[in-house]
Write a protein that binds this ligand. Structure first.
Ligand code: MN
Length: 301
């Protein structure tokens, strides 16, 4: 008989959507995300998917946007205090920070206070990016401080540039770059609404920072990132102010009770007279390998 190995349920909740997201980024960790060293311009792997980017809105000590481009198996990262602007005259300060592990790009949830980056993290936008024609040597661009690329996101579209500032700033431990919109059909005028105000919420779950903070469904544990247990899912209702596990169990009970009262209101129906059992089916070929486990069935039915 065959059993579905990982039945993928429909997204039941925001927490499920985040879990799916984390899984997707985790799978990217194993690919070398890079281009052929010279010429060709063909992507090695992830070729159909393209190079990933993610922008995480991060309410830490100050609200900022973490701008991350997937490259060579990591997320090259910049902290952009004001977030991106579609006005080509705006030059947004983007402080380059350490490369982040690919998996982190899928994270939306809470980082406990006191840990690096403690606060609330939202996946504000994501998609793919590619170098602009004539600027395809990304490693060179990172070295010389000039990246020109095209973004294919939900909110981030078209041509953008990251330019490292010269002079003293170039030698800082965390180099200062500028994130700049380049002229194209997506640019906006000074009086147009800003993308950060117009679309403030998560591109994955539609939640606001407050909603993410309240639900606490996923927690990132920076201290464990080396062991591969960097995050955990927290399905009990948010427990604040050091309340004990007991009160979270009480919360679960309350939810069940709520379900019961909803059931009582539902119209009563009779059970059907006959429910056909689900029998095994004969087939000539096994189902596709990836999603299924097989075991020999010897009971004759
Ligand atoms: Mn951050």
């Amino acid at each position: 008989m065959v059993t579905k190995k990982s039945s993928k349920p429909k997204r039941a909740s925001a927490a499920d959507a985040v879990a799916e997201q984390l899984e997707r980024y985790r799978s990217m960790r194993d690919f070398r995300i890079t281009r052929e060293p010279s010429g060709g311009g063909k992507l090695k792997s992830l070729d159909e998917q393209g190079l990933p980017f993610v922008i995480q809105k991060h309410a830490a000590s100050h609200l900022h946007y973490d701008f991350r481009l997937g490259w060579n198996g990591v997320l090259k990262s910049w902290a952009v205090a004001k977030g991106p602007s579609y006005v080509t005259r705006d030059k947004r300060l983007a402080v380059q920070v350490e490369d982040h592990p690919m998996e982190y790009g899928g994270f939306e949830g809470i980082i406990p206070k006191g840990q690096y980056g403690g606060g609330t993290v939202m996946v504000w936008d994501q998609g793919t990016w590619e170098p602009q024609p004539g600027h395809t040597d990304v490693d060179e661009g990172l070295r010389t401080g000039s990246l020109k690329f095209i973004m294919h996101g939900e909110k981030m579209k078209g041509k953008w540039a990251l330019i490292r500032m010269g002079g003293k700033a170039a030698n800082e431990r965390k180099p200062n770059w500028l994130l700049i919109k380049e002229h194209d059909e997506f640019e906006r005028g000074e009086n147009d609404p800003s993308v950060t105000e117009e679309e403030p919420n998560s591109v994955v779950t539609g939640r606001s920072l407050d909603e993410i903070a309240k639900s606490e469904d996923h927690v990132w544990n920076s201290k464990e990132s080396a062991t591969g247990n960097a995050w955990y899912r927290n399905d009990s209702p948010a427990v604040k102010n050091g309340a004990s596990a007991k009160s979270s169990a009480a919360g679960a009970k309350a939810r069940v009770a709520g379900f019961g009262s909803a059931l009582r209101k539902a119209p009563k129906e009779k059970l059907p007279d006959f429910i056909a059992p689900e029998l095994a089916l004969q087939s000539e070929t096994p189902p596709p390998v990836d999603e299924w486990l097989r075991e020999l069935k010897t009971d004759g039915y």
